[in-house]
Each structure stands twice: as C-alpha cells, then as structure tokens.
Design a protein around this ligand. Structure first.
Ligand SMILES: Cc1ncc(COP(=O)(O)O)c(C=O)c1O
Length: 401
C-alpha cells in the first residue's frame, strides 16, 4: 500500500520542482486542467500592465512602429517553434485554432487540385470535424472518416489532405505522427496536424516527421491565457506554393502600401489575416518564459512519471468503486492526460471541484485529468486520488448539488 510520504520523496527527487514558482497558482488548489486552460505564469501580469498602460495607454498608435508590436506574431512563433521541433521561420501566431485549421485546410486542398478526398478522424475535437466538413463542402472534396490508428487503410491516390490530432483530446492517445505522415506522403497526400494537446507537453518534432502543416492553441500547455492566439506551422517546401483563403492585409507583402490587389507575404507570414491581437499575444509571449531553459525531454519524463503514478494509485484505490482507468499503457501511445470512466463521472468532477481538485468532464462518462509537469507535484496526484476515494466512498458524486 502506497503512502503520501512516497509522493513527498518523489517530489524531493524531481529535477523540475523549482519550475512551480514560475506560476501564480491559487493556494489550496490542485489544478489538473492545464490541458484545457493553463494557469497564470509569473510575469504575464506585469507584461500586460506595461502593454496596457504604456504601449497602448501612453504611446498609442506609435507603438505599431516599435518592435514591441511589429513583428510580434513572428517572434512569438519563433519561440513556439523551439517547442515543436520546427525552424523559427516556419511558425507564426495569429487567429484561433479553428480559424487556423480552416485556412490551412483550404490551402492544403489547393496544393492537391487533382484529388478529391479529405481524410479525418470522426472522434477528433468537434471544431476540427465541423471545419473539415465545411471545407469539404467548400472545396468539393469528399470526406472520408478514418481511425487514426488505421489511417493507412484510408489512403490511396485520391486523397488530397489528411487532418488529424497528434493526441486524442478525450482518451489521451498519442499517435505516431512520423509514421502516419510518411504513409500519407507515400500516397501523395498533404498532412495537417492539430497539436493542441501536445505542444508544450509531449515531444513534437515537425522537422523529423517531415510534417507539411500544423496548428496548435496557445492557452493549454503553453499557458497563454483564455483565447490566446494559436500558432501555425508551414514547412518551407510549401512557402511559395501556399494559397490560403483569408487573404487579409496583414498577410500582404506590403500591408501599409494599401495596394488594391493581394500579393502574399513571403513564407509563413502570409498566414496572417487581420490585425494581430497584441494584448493576448503579449500575454502568450510572456507566458512562454516559463519554458526558458527547460527541455521537452525532461518535461516528457516527468509527465510520464506523473501519469504512471496517477494510474497506479487510481487502480489501487478507485477500482473497487467501479472506476476504470482509461490511459494508453504504452508510453509511446500516451499524451499527458488520464481519463477515469464512471457512470457518475459528471458528479465526481463537480464534487472534486468543490474540494479544490479541478479536472473536467467529457461526454458520456469521462472524468479527464491533465498533467502539466511545469507546476504539478507528486503530492498533488496523491491528494487528488485521496479526495476521489473519499468522494466515491461517500457517494458524493450522487449528491443533488
Ligand atoms: C484538439 C483541439 N482542436 C481545436 C480546439 C479549439 O481551438 P480554438 O477554440 O482555439 O479554436 C481544441 C479546444 O479545446 C482542441 O482540443
């Protein structure tokens, strides 16, 4: 039988434990929802105060002529690039993930004008599926649903584009992106990866995967705050051929020349559309300081240790209450989250939130917990499971409230 002192010993040995001080975490809270919205990193508050009071409040329009605002999308993109194994000039930050997916999907379809099929996962995050279906209608492509674990069976010479998530938002299943990309390329298709649940949490090596296109959000493991802008990645081989559909002035070769006709900016800069959201982009920029000097390899090692620990404690202490632990057992198939399935999962999550243990609920019976190695401790895992055992034992998940 394990004990809390085991968790304390794991924390003492943790090489990343000092990183917790890079976040403003509310006292007494065990935050297992960083895969939905990361907490507030130290430094963001001060940066935003400067942007509001000085850059906007005092300097007004002049700030567009300073490095603080001009070039911010590319600078933040370059910082994200380091976390996802991409060259700095292939990533830029801008709109929401949903809008970025739309732009890249249409652009991808235009790269394969002679093909007629768009392949995607029906269990992907809904925004992906909604946009995939809309783009299929818009471009005249036929939509072919596939299980990412068996994507090869859906590939043939008719496939223009494959759109998939690297990590499944519900099950936490991590797919072999290099293998899938190679299979899609062998069939002549272009691949778009959604990295929302991997960027900043699991190793992503777009260069080594030979990936074509990718998107990912700024507010989960990157901790950029609610509605933080998403990033896009475009492999250099597509920089000249790319033709994205939202041809706004900020993606123009010479935005301030105010020409009548559109001419794309070179490289990934053409993925910009309208005026960049400077407030939220500045917050994301400051948030990325939390990754300074930290290797993704170390983050991954701690993430796996946390999810292993959570899984073994959940099996030891919760299975007697009808809880099943849904996590890919093989490390190479695991993201940075674990789901517990229970008929009362909704009530369980609510009862835990009332106790200061924050996870989230996903239909139909998933209680989902995300593990962010930058600030989570092993004692947090121990305490969270202890609360869960107590809620299940007292049937707190079945309480009217
Ligand atoms: C895999 C995935 N893609 C896309 C989104 C939505 O992104 P956005 O709201 O930034 O458009 C989410 C949100 O949770 C997600 O999990």
């Amino acid at each position: 039988m394990s004990s809390r002192s085991d968790a304390e010993a794991l924390d003492r040995a943790d090489q990343l434990s000092h990183l917790r001080s890079r976040f403003e975490l509310p006292g007494g809270l065990i935050y297992l929802d960083g895969n939905s919205l990361g907490p507030l990193p130290v430094g963001v508050r001060e940066r935003l105060a400067d942007v509001v009071e000085v850059q906007w409040g005092r300097d007004l329009i002049q700030s567009w002529n300073t490095p603080a605002w001009s070039g911010l999308p590319a600078r933040v993109g370059a910082r994200v690039a380091r976390l996802i194994g991409a060259p700095e000039d292939t990533v830029i930050v801008g709109d929401s993930t949903t809008v970025q997916i739309f732009k890249l999907l249409v652009a991808a379809a235009r790269l394969r004008p002679d093909r007629r099929v768009l392949v995607s996962d029906p269990d992907n995050f809904p925004t992906d599926s909604y946009v995939v279906a809309s783009v299929a209608r818009l471009t005249g492509l036929e939509l072919r649903w596939c299980d990412p674990a068996e994507v090869a069976a859906s590939l043939d010479e008719s496939v223009a584009v494959v759109e998939l998530s690297h990590v499944d938002y519900r099950t936490g299943r991590l797919y072999d992106a290099a293998e899938i990309t190679a299979a899609a390329h062998a069939a002549g298709a272009v691949v778009l990866w959604d990295l929302c649940h991997s960027a900043g949490a699991v190793p992503v090596d777009l260069d080594a995967w030979d990936a074509d296109l990718a998107v990912g959000c700024g507010y989960k493991y990157l901790n950029g705050g609610p509605g933080a802008p998403a990033f896009v990645y475009v492999h250099r081989r597509w920089h000249d051929a790319l033709d994205q559909p939202i041809t706004g002035w900020m993606g123009h070769l010479a935005p301030f020349a105010l020409e009548r006709d559109y001419r794309p900016a070179p490289g990934v800069a053409q993925m910009l559309a309208g005026t960049p959201p400077i407030l939220s982009m500045s917050a994301l920029d400051a948030a990325l300081d939390a990754f300074d000097g930290v290797s993704i390899t170390d983050i991954r090692a701690k993430s796996l240790a946390l999810t292993d620990y959570f899984t073994s404690l959940a099996e030891e202490r919760l299975s007697a209450y009808g809880v099943s632990v849904e996590v890919p057992r093989a490390h190479e198939e695991r993201g940075s989250q674990v789901c517990l399935r229970h008929p009362g999962a909704y009530g369980l999550v609510q009862a835990l939130i009332a106790r200061g243990v924050v996870g989230d609920f996903r239909d139909p019976d998933y209680a989902r917990f995300g593990f962010t190695p930058l600030y989570l401790r092993f004692v947090d895992v121990w305490d969270a499971i202890d609360h869960m055992a107590d809620v299940l034992n007292s049937r707190g998940w079945d309480a009217p409230e």
